[in-house]
Design a protein around this ligand. Structure first.
Ligand code: ATP
Length: 353
């Protein structure tokens, strides 16, 4: 990270007792103005990480630093951090403006100042004309915008978002993802989002922290995660990836069932090392008969802009490849055996066995 981090977790672990570790030795640096997502399957420790940052959870060991200073001793309400929760917790008996201004009035901010800040926050989330509405008259998406406005009106240094869009339907959710990204851009505030939805994380984050079993598997930009997953878990979790067993040959290639491919990094491993090759469906194609790995085609399914072909190599490993719909006429029939090859210019990813 070029600049000093705004927020750092140093060796943070959380033992919930009875050997249940929510977090194991988390090291994480987040720069000011970054949009970072914590992504992973249920129970991997995303929410616990967020709660440790917010001050709702005390780590068993490790430190939380803001601007280089330990904030572990600060109670949640004294941290320059606000949280937006999944269930858009708004006060049902208050109108929109009262909901948004609540935190400021609790702090004793002057009324005129509250009115100005609330109007500004409501404009930012596109609810400028709904200030006097009772929240009970709002849709789910509008309520979530109220919750967002309520969090940003206090001008936190870090905004924590715990699955804030998961209660919304798919199309509204997509729209709100774009709004969230553009809001973060305009505010320049650091956003940390918890999500189990990889599409959401990939589309709105500057960097993604992939978690598994209370640990960090990889921290990277969406491009890096997709193109260079560091572990088998990340490779299998982000997008669709064929994971095929193989062995390193002496000439920097990896040999598997019917194929031998040059792979970056294979040259530095001992001949015979067992590895896994990661191959994206869009990086595979059919080759002239006899020139690639024999693949028995099982099914072909419609997949939006492409057709997804599912087949098996001679060793029984399943392979998925995507073929543009304009090439549909050239596809082998289900049940036929065809030759599988890597697309020119594409590369396989070397992963541990
Ligand atoms: P989800 O997507 O399901 O919310 P998550 O990735 O946010 O999952 P956490 O809620 O952080 O995961 O939980 C991590 C682990 O810690 C899980 O095994 C969970 O059961 C455990 N855990 C979390 N909170 C507590 C608690 N208060 N007491 C005991 N165990 C807990």
């Amino acid at each position: 990270m070029a600049t000093d981090p705004l927020l750092s977790l140093r060796g943070v672990s959380k033992d919930f007792g009875g050997g249940v570790f929510g977090l194991k030795d988390i090291d994480l640096d987040i720069a000011s103005g970054e949009f970072v997502s914590l992504l992973g399957p249920s129970g991997c420790g995303k929410t616990t990480t967020l709660r440790v940052i917010a001050g709702f959870e005390t780590p068993t060991s490790g430190q939380v630093l803001l601007n280089g200073r330990e904030i572990g001793h600060l109670p949640a309400n004294r941290r320059p951090v606000n949280t937006v929760f999944q269930d858009y917790a708004v006060f049902p008996h208050m109108n929109v403006a009262e909901n948004v201004g609540f935190g400021l009035s609790v702090r004793g901010t002057a009324r005129a100042e509250i009115a100005r800040k609330v109007a500004e926050a409501l404009d930012l989330v596109g609810l400028g004309d709904k200030a006097e509405r009772p929240v009970s008259a709002l849709s789910g998406g509008q309520r979530q915008r109220v919750a967002l406005a309520r969090a940003i009106v206090c001008e936190p240094q870090v905004l924590l978002l715990d699955e804030p869009l998961s209660a919304l339907d798919a199309s509204l959710r997509e729209q709100m993802q774009i709004e969230l990204k553009s809001l973060q851009h305009r505010l320049g505030t650091t956003f940390i989002l918890v999500t189990h939805d990889q599409t959401e994380a990939l589309s709105i984050s500057d960097r993604i922290v992939v978690m598994n079993g209370g640990r960090i598997e990889q921290i990277a930009t969406p491009d890096e995660l997709y193109d260079r997953p560091a572990t088998r878990f990340v490779a299998g979790f982000i997008g669709t990836m064929n994971l095929l067993p193989g062995r390193v040959t002496g000439d920097g290639r990896v040999e598997g069932s019917g194929f031998a491919l040059p792979v970056e990094g294979a040259g530095s491993l001992a001949t015979g090392t067992a590895v896994t090759l990661g191959l994206r469906p869009e990086d595979l194609t059919f080759a002239p008969a006899g020139s690639g790995a024999p693949l028995r085609v099982e099914t072909t399914v419609f997949h939006g802009h492409s057709l997804r072909v599912i087949g098996r190599l001679n060793d029984g490993a399943e392979v998925v490849l995507d073929v543009r719909r304009s090439h549909a006429a050239e596809l082998p029939a289900d049940g036929a055996t065809a030759a599988l090859a890597l697309r020119p210019g594409a590369s396989a990813i070397l992963l541990p066995a």
